[in-house]
Design a protein around this ligand. Structure first.
Ligand SMILES: Cc1cc2nc3c(=O)[nH]c(=O)nc-3n(C[C@H](O)[C@H](O)[C@H](O)COP(=O)(O)O)c2cc1C
Length: 179
């Protein structure tokens, strides 16, 4: 069981190509259970999850991002499911809490055989002309704004995990008598 967690962490990678097959309600419920089980500062659970499986709405969001950036990229990679996390941007740890929750979803997706990619790009849609309409359409609670999103689906192509840099880690020695 615990080895399964390490396996999911080691094998998760960002998937940017999906089959059109939808994610079942049963799997979606497991992803959302993993999301709300995430830890948060003072257990404040400051997040809101907007589950979108509507291609039309995702296209509108994609178009809003394109309008802001002045170029069109397929930011959702045609994934059949995207979960948007919103929170109060003034909340002290709300961004960190949402980051942890989105990783819980990514690891749960991996454990279920699904692929996922965490998405910051949709943030641009919440600065443009339709920003208020979008916040309402995605039922962000009052005062909440976009934090992060995650696209999920059945992978159409695999990918190797990214190379790691051991130089990012220092093992700090205990204080000696000279310190
Ligand atoms: C906060 C955050 C925002 C990201 N935003 C995007 C994004 O908008 N589009 C995208 O294709 N990937 C996005 N990614 C995925 C990263 O590019 C990816 O995690 C990184 O390249 C490492 O690759 P891996 O996930 O395959 O290990 C994001 C990841 C994080 C953590």
């Amino acid at each position: 069981m615990y080895q399964d967690v390490l396996k999911a962490i080691a094998e998760r990678c960002s998937i940017r190509s999906y089959k059109s097959e939808p994610v079942s309600r049963e799997l979606l419920d497991q992803l959302l259970a993993a999301a709300v089980q995430a830890p948060s500062a003072r257990n404040s659970q400051p997040w809101h999850f907007s589950v979108v499986q509507d291609e039309k709405l995702l296209t509108i969001i994609n178009q809003e991002v394109a309008a802001e950036l002045g170029r069109f990229d397929d930011i959702f990679y045609q994934a059949p499911l995207v979960i948007f996390l919103s929170a109060d941007p003034q909340g002290g740890y709300s961004r960190i809490d949402c980051g942890i929750a989105v990783e819980n979803i990514a690891l749960a997706a991996q454990a279920l055989g699904l692929g996922s990619v965490i998405l910051g790009m949709p943030s641009h849609a919440f600065k443009g002309e339709k920003a208020d309409w979008l916040r309402q359409r995605l039922r962000f609670p009052r005062g909440y704004d976009f934090m992060i999103a995650i696209a999920i689906g059945w992978p159409a192509a695999g990918k190797d995990p990214h190379p790691v840099d051991p130089g990012k880690i220092d093992l700090i020695e205990p204080l000696g008598s000279d310190d």
